[in-house]
Design a protein around this ligand. Structure first.
Ligand SMILES: [Zn+2]
Ligand SMILES: [Zn+2]
Length: 253
């Protein structure tokens, strides 16, 4: 199983991340990725990037040394009812949005029903394409309801490799359950490193191990190839899909 894109990583635009755009580009090239996507924390997160960071990425190239870069964001699901911290005028600058629950923004709650409602409201806002690290045990959720809503709205479930290694301890059994449910309901996931330094870009080892152990097929990983991820963004009407269409023709599906 080979995953040729990584769509979740943070740059020095946040002080708690340590790599630059250039670092991510050179590590992506070295590791044979076709594409990577920046997804700095949206402004509501303490230490999130300033709004201008997201608006000015047009100064960066789309392609360098045949590796493409997308301009994403990791948005914050809003308490108590859901939705994200992205104003409408910022959306045109974003190739995709990952929506996540983060403790400093959304206080952890054991209210499974309320957490589920917040996530489903976020999905149905139509503003996000990916749900970030849902396996976090600080937010119990009715997974089946969420996966069904995600499928109905063409939003994918992120399997976050750092949830298996050093972030959000206790996530693993939840992530396994989420993958099993996603497979059962015939839906899709994205694989991501959630890198805060370029040393981990393209690292999906534990996610791949889990996928193999439960027989989760590569065909349902929406970012396994650049072409597949761009087709997914085309389904969401994102202009970057046509911008990179010619470039992506060199790769297989
Ligand atoms: Zn972070
Ligand atoms: Zn996050």
């Amino acid at each position: 199983m080979k995953i040729l894109t990584d769509i979740h990583m943070h740059t020095v635009a946040s002080n708690h991340a340590y790599s630059t755009v250039h670092d991510y580009w050179s590590f992506s090239i070295d590791r044979g990725l076709q594409l990577f996507g920046l997804s700095d924390h949206a402004p509501d997160m303490p230490d999130g990037a300033h709004a201008w960071h997201f608006g000015n990425r047009k100064v960066l190239p789309r392609i360098y040394k045949n590796v493409a870069m997308l301009r994403g964001i990791e948005a914050n699901i809003q308490p108590p009812g859901g939705g994200i911290d992205i104003p409408h005028n910022m959306l045109p600058y974003l190739d995709y949005v990952i929506a996540s629950l983060h403790e400093p923004v959304f206080p952890p709650s054991s209210d499974r029903k309320a957490n589920t409602t917040a996530v489903i409201n976020t999905i149905s806002s139509g503003k996000c394409q990916v749900l970030g690290h849902l396996g976090n045990p600080n937010y119990p959720i009715f997974y089946e309801e969420v996966v069904r809503a995600a499928k109905d709205n063409n939003v994918v479930i992120e399997i976050n490799n750092s949830s298996f290694t050093h972030s959000r301890p206790g996530s693993k059994p939840n992530c396994v359950k989420l993958m099993e449910l996603t497979e059962k309901l015939n839906w899709k996931v994205s694989f991501s490193s959630d890198s805060h330094s370029a040393f981990t870009v393209g690292e999906f080892a534990t996610s791949i191990e889990v996928a193999k152990s439960i027989g989760f097929p590569e065909s349902k990983i929406v970012n396994a190839t650049a072409k597949r991820f761009l087709s997914f963004l085309a389904e969401h009407g994102k202009p970057v899909a046509s911008e990179l269409n010619e470039w992506s023709k060199q790769f297989s599906e």
